[in-house]
Design a protein around this ligand. Structure first.
Ligand code: S3P
Length: 171
């Protein structure tokens, strides 16, 4: 299948990059978090608070399956989704996986003003970012391509992605 899946930590630009990339390649854009919110009719923040993380992960898994069954889409996959092997394999079988990376400082800067990410709503978000990155890096590193985004604009990142994509993903 010719999907493009953006993975990576919160604040690495998956949504903003994914939307522009989809527009440029004439594909639909799919945000897994939006699918989860639509399914539950509740914000991610409320799902984490009222139904807790394991429940969120369950709904996220259903969303991954549905998104991975679509064709010709750019998927922005929530930062924790690819830690689950089944999710990773479903996404992998649907297209090319691109990981967007950023340093903890950049991530902190990009996520600070928004209080919508329950996992970073803790007394020491920088430490939380570092700890989670350490745990998640092995999973992010399974992507087909990785792009360091710290010093790149959204346009630069989109151009870089297009330059590494196999022809099959451009169809
Ligand atoms: C999460 C990332 C979020 C969202 C949820 C959990 C994570 O998505 O799915 O808050 O575990 O890293 P984004 O990466 O799109 O912010």
């Amino acid at each position: 299948m010719n999907n493009i899946i953006l993975v990576g930590f919160m604040g690495t630009g998956k949504s903003v990059v994914g939307k522009l990339l989809a527009k440029k390649l004439n594909k639909d854009f799919v945000e897994l978090d939006d699918m989860v919110e639509a399914k539950e009719k509740m914000s991610i923040k409320d799902i984490f608070e009222k139904k807790l993380e394991p429940y969120f992960r369950q709904v996220e898994k259903e969303a991954v399956k549905e998104a991975a069954n679509r064709e010709n889409v750019v998927i922005s996959a929530g930062g924790g989704s690819v830690v689950d092997e089944e999710n990773f394999n479903n996404l992998k079988n649907s297209g090319v996986i691109i990981c967007l990376k950023a340093s903890p400082d950049t991530i902190l800067k990009r996520t600070k003003s928004l209080k919508i990410r329950p996992l970073l709503n803790v007394p020491d978000p920088k430490k939380q970012i570092e700890d989670l990155l350490k745990k998640r890096d092995p999973y992010y590193n399974k992507a087909d391509f990785s792009i360091e985004t710290d010093s790149l604009s959204v346009d630069d990142i989109v151009s870089k992605i297009i330059s590494v994509l196999p022809k099959s993903a451009l169809l």
